[in-house]
Ligand binder design. Sequence first.
Ligand SMILES: C[S@@+](CC[C@H](N)C(=O)[O-])C[C@H]1O[C@@H](n2cnc3c(N)ncnc32)[C@H](O)[C@@H]1O
Length: 271
Amino acid sequence: MNSEKCCVATSEKIVDKNYWDAQYKANTIGWDLGEIAPPIKQYIDTITDKNKRILIPGCGNTYESEYLLNKGFTNITVIDIAPTLVEKLKTKFKDNKAITILLGDFFEHQGTYDIIIEQTFFCALAPALRQKYVWKMHQHLADNGILTGLLFNRNFEMSPPFGGSQKEYLALFKGAFAIVKMEMAQNSSVPRANSELFFEFKKNNQVKVTLYKLEGSTETIIQKLNALPNAINVSMSTDFMELLLVSQKEIPIEELQIIISHDKKHTIKKF
Ligand SMILES: C[S@@+](CC[C@H](N)C(=O)[O-])C[C@H]1O[C@@H](n2cnc3c(N)ncnc32)[C@H](O)[C@@H]1O
């Protein structure tokens, strides 16, 4: 069933730096297409300004970067958490000033980009990190910046990869990004045919996207927060520990605390 053979883990397994590094060490990298995904190649061919600041998070062997470099792009940054892989990339792209190769956790990275390319990074993350992913992508993009790439439109029996659907993604990104495009990719690599969505999201500069840490809260608060006059989209991580709030302007924390603290154990703090 799991033709992607991404990894050997189940969703309960901890998918962290050690996990990913072990996959590169053992060469169990079934997700690796061995080439740039055709829908991403097609998108890159439409970018006329070669000086755009481009980020590729969870870059893996980053065939996208090879393609971008060959096309003359001058400002590419890639980041991955797996040391074994990053060491290899540093040798491969040695002395190339157009690409910056970073070893680290995307969620701790700081930087501003015009375009962020998503290629099997979102699906590599535990679903509880999805709210944080939206928040971080919004933060990393310059005004009107673009988040683009591929997302699975299916679920998997073994994870990672962690799948999803168009409906889920639209609900998750709502408000923080304008949906320029989201459709079934027509030119996927053969193993991913009819299973992935090509998307192009434009950062919405007009809103505040805030992530909060929660303690003791349940999904029932979502409705209450959504009813706030300034709220555009409220969602909670699957482990109930993080809350993503997209609003017209920042809502004072005291106001949020009053709404959720019908029990003193319930707390909310800005990330
Ligand atoms: C499924 S692989 C995809 C790699 C590459 N994008 C590709 O399509 O071949 C997921 C990648 O994300 C990296 N990764 C996972 N969590 C990360 C994090 N928090 N920060 C940076 N990289 C991460 C892993 O090391 C791995 O290389």
